[in-house]
Design a protein. Structure first.
Length: 343
């Protein structure tokens, strides 16, 4: 069996402490697995891996130490784990346990430099058609399949999963990885990208940065703008949610709604927002039949011809004190994200 306290300490110091993040809320994710063999290896070693694709890197950033995860394969949720460590490895093409994957449609080959070390909590094998998985199942159905590395589930789903199956009491075979660790960086210019060492900041990565900054920056201001008298701590801030008309980048809702919920839909644009973006957000708001408190559009700038909409709050983002020729870790950029309301 693993010595989990020892693993946490080893991972923390081997990464120079950069992977340790203090959380202000609990998060639960379902991690998509591409084939049965990879699922067996994940369970055998209590290990999750993400490819060197942009989406794989996004998942690695999104899921933090202390979060809970299950594996998602064949429309079934497998086991419940707590994330106890994170690591990224150079030259991971030849590192166990997973073989590189080549996709027929694109011909591209991906490998697994990004790893999560997991502590098993519960052993379960549950169908996603159960009502307890409704929040995630809607995402799957509206996407017509997975086509996503990870799904951010809500608190109610996590509480349901925590009562399923039985405590995990099987041995786990720890995998000794003899590879050189590195800390992945983010860059502001595409020509500086060097996958998997450095990634250009795309919309998915910006979404993750902003989602992690909303509570400590402008969430209370957003609630005040829409005349919501609930405490900010009553809300959970979730990642991308699929809708019949598209995808909401960030989904804010009450953790425990008393009868009716209060939804706030957040769209993130890396560049200048236009009137078209406002119209799109208005269309999303109509999907929730009166339970939406309002929408928030976050962009770097706004076109001059955008009128004011009372049910949509405009926000500008920028990074404080950065050099666009430099490179930054995710925690470094997280501390530099600034969000300004346009009232």
């Amino acid at each position: 069996m693993y010595n989990w306290d020892k693993i946490i300490i080893e991972l923390f110091w081997s990464s120079g402490g950069s992977m340790m993040v203090v959380q202000d809320s609990l998060n639960y994710f379902l991690i998509s697995v591409s084939n049965r063999r990879n699922l067996e290896l994940c369970i055998k070693h209590a290990l999750a891996g993400f490819t060197n694709s942009v989406n794989g890197f996004w998942a690695f950033l999104d899921i933090e130490i202390g979060d809970y995860v299950s594996f998602l394969y064949g429309a079934r949720a497998k086991n419940l784990y707590r994330v106890v460590g994170k690591a990224a490895y150079r030259d991971a093409e030849n590192l166990p346990p997973w073989d590189p994957i080549t996709f027929k449609s694109s011909g591209k080959t991906y490998y697994f430099p990004f790893r999560l070390y997991l502590k098993p909590e519960r052993r379960l094998d549950e169908s996603m058609v159960k009502p307890e998985f409704l929040y995630v199942a809607e995402n799957l159905l509206l996407r017509g399949g997975y086509r996503k590395t990870h799904f951010h589930a809500d608190t109610i789903t996590f509480y349901n999963v925590s009562t399923m199956g039985e405590p995990y009491n099987r041995d786990v075979e720890r995998l000794e990885v003899e590879g050189e660790e590195f800390t992945p960086k983010l860059v502001f210019k595409r020509e500086y990208q060097e996958i998997p060492i450095k990634y250009y900041i795309r919309e998915q990565i910006l979404q993750s940065l902003i989602r992690n900054r909303l509570r400590e920056t402008i969430l209370e201001d957003i609630l005040n703008y829409f005349s919501i008298d609930n405490d900010p701590e009553e809300f959970e801030i979730l990642g991308e949610k699929a809708l019949p008309e598209g995808y909401i980048d960030i989904f804010i809702k009450l953790r425990h709604p008393p009868g009716a919920n209060k939804y706030i839909l957040v769209e993130v644009k890396t560049g200048k927002a236009s009137k078209k973006d406002i119209k799109q957000l208005e269309k999303y708001l109509q999907e929730f039949k009166g339970e939406t408190a309002g929408g928030v559009l976050i962009a770097k700038d706004y076109a001059e011809n955008i009128p004011k909409y009372p049910n949509i709050l405009k926000v500008k983002y920028h990074f404080n004190d950065i050099d666009k020729d430099n490179e930054y870790t995710f925690p470094e950029l997280l501390g530099k994200v600034c969000l300004d309301l346009l009232l």
